[in-house]
Structure formats: structure tokens, C-alpha cells
Write a protein that binds this ligand. Structure first.
Ligand code: ADP
Ligand code: ADP
Length: 231
């Protein structure tokens, strides 16, 4: 579902070239739940920006569902991002004046879906994340863990092929963090949501079946990678 072949990334300015990722090759199959870990500065955010189609590699090939993305225009990349990817962030990014239901329904607004149908689909996803009883609450009436559930529901309401979560437990106490990780495992098992979770929390990473460790811009360890062919 996602393959990277010899991907590298350099940041260039007039005075310097800073290599950040080098020779990254990996393949993630539909249905995998994958942690991306590594020390600060190892390139996790840079790699997530490439996979999230927010930035382009300096060299190498990225394919989503077997189609290469490097020839797409910026508009086509944005369309692919909206159609294929869901994003979850450390700091939730919910709209404070909207209910949980309307926050989750929002990504459907630009898809020509009626208000009634948007709310119906949002309610269904909120039920999947365990918030059926909180749909009319605003973010300031919800706990951090509940806000992150709303944000996960918002990411899933468009039925993305791949869910990308950047330090999704970074703003949560350890109990809420463990609960959110349990939710990712449930969503993966029940809805086959393919997910990549960036985390520096070893107890979160340990619960992901697949663990990719970056170090100095390279794949230092990948507990499943050696079983895969990149052909
Ligand atoms: P991580 O998310 O693992 O902490 P990052 O991908 O944020 O790592 O950063 C990897 C390296 O790339 C760091 O050395 C960082 O300083 C450098 N870097 C990140 N963004 C830029 C940029 N826009 N220009 C130059 N260097 C950058
Ligand atoms: P922080 O908690 O440090 O703000 P986040 O994980 O919330 O970090 O955000 C990570 C990065 O993603 C930030 O650089 C932010 O600007 C960017 N970002 C946040 N929301 C969106 C969005 N909806 N679409 C694209 N990028 C976003």
C-alpha cells in the first residue's frame, strides 16, 4: 500500500546542503500498524512529511497503492492527500466552537455530502472511537484523551487508505496515552485501518506489531523489513 525506494532528503540553502534522510527503503502493507521511532533529529518528521505528501524527496520513489507520486503536480498531491490520507497530531487541532460531531463532519463538507449524511457518518465514526455519548460536547468540555478520539474520528471519517499520527499521545498523561494506543489497536483490528504512528514513547512503540527505528536519517531497525521484498 505504501512503498519507499531509496528515498533521500536534503534541505538546501544558498550556503549549505543538509542531508536529513538517506537511502530509506520500506514497504507497508494494507492493514499494518507501524510505529516510527528514533531519537530527536533522526528524521521522523521529515519522513512523515514525505509520506504525508506535504514535501517531496530529493531523490527516490514513493508509491501509494502502487502509483508513484513524484510526477504529480502540487494540486494533484493535495487531492491525493485528501483522498488517501488521514492525519492526527499531538495537539488535536480541533475547532473550539464546534461540537465533537461537527468537528468530525467537517472534512466531508467539501465532498458534496448533505448535512444530514455528514452528521450521520460522523456519529458512526464517533461511536467507533467510543464517544457516542459525547457528540454534542465542545473540545473544552472534553478531556485530552477524548479530544484525541475526536481528532482520530475526524481523520477516519473520509475513510483514508493510510492514517498518519504524529506523536498522538505526546500531550496526554500515561493512562490516556495507553487508552489511545488501545484505540489504534482496535481500529486496526476491527476496521483494518493501516496506520503509522510516530512516537518517542517506548511503551507506545512496543504495542505496535511493526516497529521502524530511524537513526541519523537511515532505517536502523525494522522488525519486519527483512521479510519483505521491495520489488
Ligand atoms: P525528528 O522528527 O526525528 O526529530 P526531523 O525530521 O525534525 O527529526 O529533523 C531531522 C534533521 O533535519 C534535524 O537535524 C533537523 O535539524 C533537520 N531539519 C529539519 N527541517 C529542516 C529544514 N527545514 N532545514 C534544514 N534542516 C532541517
Ligand atoms: P505541535 O504540537 O508541536 O503543534 P503537531 O503534531 O500538532 O505539533 O503538528 C505537527 C506539524 O503539523 C506542525 O508543523 C503543524 O503546523 C502541522 N499541521 C498541523 N495541522 C495540520 C493540518 N491540518 N494539515 C497539515 N499540517 C498540519
Amino acid at each position: 500500500m505504501l512503498t519507499l525506494q531509496d528515498v533521500s532528503k536534503e534541505y538546501r540553502s544558498s550556503r549549505a546542503r543538509t542531508p536529513v534522510l538517506a537511502g530509506i527503503s520500506l514497504s507497508i502493507a494494507a492493514g499494518e500498524l507501524c510505529a516510527l521511532t528514533g531519537p530527536s533529529g533522526s528524521g521522523k518528521s521529515t519522513l512523515m512529511n514525505l509520506i504525508g505528501l506535504l514535501d517531496r524527496p530529493t531523490a527516490g520513489e514513493i508509491k501509494i497503492d502502487a502509483s508513484p507520486v513524484q510526477h504529480l503536480t502540487s494540486d494533484e498531491l493535495a487531492a491525493k492527500r485528501n483522498q488517501a490520507l488521514g492525519f492526527v497530531f499531538q495537539s488535536f487541532h480541533l475547532l473550539p466552537h464546534l461540537s465533537a460531531l461537527d468537528n468530525v463532519a467537517l472534512p466531508l463538507l467539501y465532498r458534496g455530502i448533505s448535512l444530514g449524511e455528514r452528521r450521520k457518518q460522523a456519529a458512526s465514526v464517533l461511536q467507533h472511537v467510543g464517544l457516542a455519548q459525547r457528540t454534542s460536547h465542545r473540545p473544552d468540555e472534553l478531556s485530552g484523551g477524548q479530544c484525541q478520539r475526536v481528532a482520530i474520528a475526524r481523520a477516519l471519517v473520509t475513510r483514508p487508505r493510510l492514517l498518519l499520527a504524529d506523536e498522538p499521545t505526546g500531550n496526554l498523561d500515561s493512562k490516556s496515552a495507553e487508552d489511545i494506543m488501545s484505540l489504534f489497536l482496535e481500529l486496526n483490528a476491527e476496521l483494518s485501518v493501516t496506520s503509522i504512528i510516530v512516537t518517542h514513547d517506548p511503551s507506545i512503540a512496543a504495542r505496535c506489531p511493526r516497529r521502524i527505528v530511524l537513526r541519523d536519517g537511515r532505517v536502523f531497525d525494522d522488525n519486519r523489513g527483512e521479510l519483505r521484498s521491495y520489488a
